[in-house]
Design a protein around this ligand. Structure first.
Ligand code: NI
Ligand code: MN
Length: 236
């Protein structure tokens, strides 16, 4: 695709990703900004974030959901209980969906898919049940199919995600410890068959040791592993 018709994917460190479609829909996934040690310094979000997508309730995925949604008037899309939780925290517009469902977000069809991980949201009153962890498949009209895995281990049903949605770009956690590492992510690539992997959820904290170089050495020929830094963008 040419630059003008491309969907832009910008990594904001950890699992935080900004997706901007050629039609101007801006989607922020898993906003972790103020306390994210890898948030790119001086980076400013576009003037409007239309949708905030949350994969699960852990703080390193939702801590800036409420402030971003309030500032931008964003609609927060999450699994039912997590959508309810952020609504109670002051988000006005939410879409509380569930696994297997699809919502049309302007020119993007967003499907909530499986992930294998825990999900609880902690605040001063304790840890709250906010549904299960999920990933998202984003089908951009006339454009690419993107997959953001959220936090997960590798699991066999990634093959179904590949067969049903055919993502060309897969954003996969590779840091290990809380999620899969490079060895497992390489197998995820065999199941998903993406053209490009955009590694996320690595290098943020000392236990997240997996690197894109390790993953690149393990994937089948033909799968590209992006060596991106926070603040950099990929045109899909
Ligand atoms: Ni998590
Ligand atoms: Mn996480």
């Amino acid at each position: 695709m040419t630059a003008s018709s491309a969907t832009k994917i910008t990594w904001l460190g950890h699992a935080t990703v900004l997706v901007q479609t050629p039609k101007g829909t801006n989607i922020l996934i898993d906003p972790f900004i103020a306390h994210n040690p890898k948030h790119p310094q001086g980076f400013n979000l576009p003037s409007k974030i239309h949708y905030v997508l949350l994969s699960h309730g852990h703080g390193d995925h939702i801590s800036d959901a409420v402030p971003v949604a309030q500032k931008h008037g964003s609609t927060v899309v999450a699994i039912y209980e997590l959508a309810d939780y952020v609504a109670q925290k002051g988000v006005k517009e939410t879409i509380g969906m569930n696994l297997g469902g699809t919502v049309q977000l302007e020119d993007v069809a967003a499907t909530m898919v499986d992930a294998k991980h825990s999900s609880g949201a902690a605040d001063e009153k304790g840890t709250h049940y906010v549904g299960v962890a999920a990933g998202f498949v984003l089908e951009v009209a006339g454009g690419p199919v993107l997959y953001h895995a959220g936090d997960t281990c590798v699991f066999g049903d990634m093959k179904l995600i590949g067969e049903v949605y055919h993502p060309s770009v897969a954003m996969l956690p590779i840091g290990g410890f809380y999620t899969m590492g490079p060895k497992e992510a390489a197998h995820a690539c065999r199941l998903l068959a993406p053209k490009t992997v955009l590694p996320i959820h690595f290098g943020t904290f000392p236990p997240l040791k997996g690197t894109p170089e390790e993953l690149a050495a393990l994937v089948e020929p033909g799968v590209k592993v992006a060596r991106w830094k926070p603040g950099e963008e990929f045109a899909a």
